[in-house]
Design a protein around this ligand. Sequence first.
Ligand code: NDP
Ligand code: A1CAB
Length: 272
Amino acid sequence: MLERAEPLCLLGAGKMGSALLNGWLGWGFDPGAVTVVDPGLDAARRTEFTDRGITVVSSMEEAGTREFRAVLLAVKPQMMGNVLPSTGVIAGPETLVVSVAAGIRLDMLGAAFPRSAVVRAMPNTPAQVGMGMTVAIGNERVTSDFHALAGALLEAVGKVAWIEDESLMDAVTAVSGSGPAYVFLLAECLAEAGRKAGLPADLAETLANQTVAGAGVLLDGGAIPAATLRQNVTSPNGTTAAALSVLMADDGLQPLMDRAVEAARLRSIELG
Ligand SMILES: NC(=O)C1=CN([C@@H]2O[C@H](COP(=O)(O)OP(=O)(O)OC[C@H]3O[C@@H](n4cnc5c(N)ncnc54)[C@H](OP(=O)(O)O)[C@@H]3O)[C@@H](O)[C@H]2O)C=CC1
Ligand SMILES: O=C(O)[C@@H]1CCC=N1
């Protein structure tokens, strides 16, 4: 389990790393136990962290050689080759290493951290509001204690599903990792279509955003399937049916989404 003051290290305090860090602090984790390693932080971001009692350093050398209880790797996949060789020193047999980098496989992570338990995870940005969806898989060093620790770290920002077949991770990345972007694009397209239908731009944007947000809340929890929620909007021979006859045509949204998800899945494989 996660104790509130065990030493944690976050490598890469960008969008995903910060979302997880905020989740841990919101859960009650001691900021004084957190070290952030990020060479790119500007003065304002650095102060934001240090004001909360978090230690911020620019390099692994500055982080020292202490072994952390948990290390979260949240740098770009393209940076992992640079970062991994210098990180082994902060991870020992009692350390859990969690990587959220798209495409970076467990065997690569395991080679960089041969003494540590390693979890490969794919979260998403709704983690920023505690509504994340993370899929995770551990290597052979992940005992039940490490599994519980990883679960606690990841559940601090939303739901977690564990898988046992790593080959699914590229499709996971394409669906839930990248998926929020598809939904935001849907909101943008809906607003644009509203503008083209004659609505003032700000009203069109408000209508589209609130509609997507409200529909998301209806979906939350999974009690009512998406198809049922869709049918609840669709009056026989009404306006929704007219729109859905376009969106659900043979050349409608499904084949487009199939192609988009496949492109993301292939890119995830390439990143590895
Ligand atoms: N954004 C998303 O929706 C998701 C992202 N991910 C994964 O999370 C990871 C991070 O993505 P994201 O948060 O979007 O990216 P960001 O660019 O927002 O964050 C990466 C951070 O790492 C910093 N950084 C660069 N080099 C180093 C280094 N050597 N040591 C420590 N920190 C470093 C960057 O600084 P600088 O900006 O100066 O380069 C930046 O602050 C990626 O691997 C991505 O695949 C996973 C799921 C969803
Ligand atoms: O676009 C990316 O590569 C990352 C991984 C999933 C979401 N963002």
